[in-house]
Design a protein. Structure first.
Length: 223
């Protein structure tokens, strides 16, 4: 039993390390390489990056409880501050299996401008963010104000898979680390395209019914 549990934990850790590697490879990290990633283990616990992600190894991850206790491993103070932010998402969304926070530059431009990021690109529509990414009001990282803002945004936008943290960055959540990293890339691309389109007259909305058309097309391929 113990061996099985350890193997399961190791698999989750590998998935998270692979997701962080993909984010660097995709070029969506900011210059500092700052990010934190987590993966849910069960209803009470998740694994979290220790305060850095460059050169991350599975054994570097810490296991923490949803209410903020470090159960295994060590976290730098920078990561201690963000346990509550990750925990709040897992608590609010029982089906979420992974949470990723980055300072991806174009998405962060929207966060700094306090502008919701519209869904106007095919990858956002297709890969899980078929609506505007809402902006959460600024609060010091990990503070009650900041965490409450995230929870409020999830309540007001019950189907959003991402939020922009005002004057800070991006927070994305999904079923597992690979899908969540994929959506981070789709959102950063969407933000980049939105900013580029502004120079040539501005991005244009999808036609009405676009999401339904995409869903129908996915169902056809899957059947
Ligand atoms: Zn940050």
């Amino acid at each position: 039993m113990t061996t099985d549990v350890r193997r399961e934990v190791r698999d989750e850790a590998h998935q998270l390390v692979e997701a962080s590697r993909r984010l660097f490879e995709a070029g969506v990290m900011s210059h500092s390489g700052h990010a934190n990633l987590s993966v849910r283990l069960d209803a009470e616990r998740f694994m979290l990056t220790p305060g850095f992600v460059r050169g991350l190894r599975p054994e570097d991850l810490a296991t923490v409880s949803l209410d903020g206790q470090v159960l295994e491993g060590e976290l730098r103070s920078v990561s201690m501050e963000i346990i509550a932010m990750h925990g709040a998402v897992y608590r609010a969304r029982p089906r979420v299996g992974s949470v990723i926070h980055t300072h991806s530059p174009s998405a962060t431009a929207f966060a700094v401008a306090h502008r919701p990021l519209p869904c106007r690109t095919e990858p956002m529509l297709r890969f899980g963010q078929a609506e505007d990414v809402p902006v959460v009001p600024w609060g010091p990282r990990g503070s009650d104000v900041s965490v409450r803002g995230v929870v409020d945004a999830l309540t007001h936008s019950p189907t959003t898979a991402a939020v922009l943290l005002a004057n800070h960055g991006l927070l994305v959540f999904g079923s597992d680390p690979a899908d969540t990293a994929h959506l981070v890339v789709a959102i950063e691309e969407g933000a980049e395209a939105e900013l580029a389109a502004a120079a040539i007259g501005g991005a244009v909305d999808f036609p009405a019914g676009a999401l339904e058309s995409v869903r129908a097309s996915i169902a056809r391929v899957a059947s």
